[in-house]
Design a protein around this ligand. Structure first.
Ligand code: ZN
Length: 93
């Protein structure tokens, strides 16, 4: 059976619901640690709105959603990932 209804997920920053494919997925992968757009494990989604990913409380929100402690350096990696994702939406990371 083909699932035609888009899978909806909530952005952890603005709490709005979006089609999963338009969101950035952050996963706490049990093998590789924090992964973007891939990995298996507890996941959180965030929309591509600058207001959301540059939210000053985003690390806290992610920590709560992923039930993990994120290093301060995480935010740099996170912003880089999102910027490159926005610049090259077809890169397919
Ligand atoms: Zn959002």
């Amino acid at each position: 059976m083909i699932q035609k209804t888009p899978v909806m997920r909530i952005c952890i920053a603005c709490r709005k619901t979006y089609d999963r494919t338009t969101l950035i997925k952050i996963t706490k992968d049990h093998k590789h640690g924090i992964s973007f757009q891939k990995g298996m494990g507890r996941s959180a989604y965030i929309c591509k709105s600058k207001k959301c990913y540059s939210d000053s409380k985003i690390r806290k929100k992610l920590q709560k959603a992923l039930k993990t402690i994120l290093k301060p350096e995480f935010i740099d990696i996170f912003e880089k990932e999102i910027t490159s994702f926005n610049d090259n939406p077809n890169k397919g990371i």
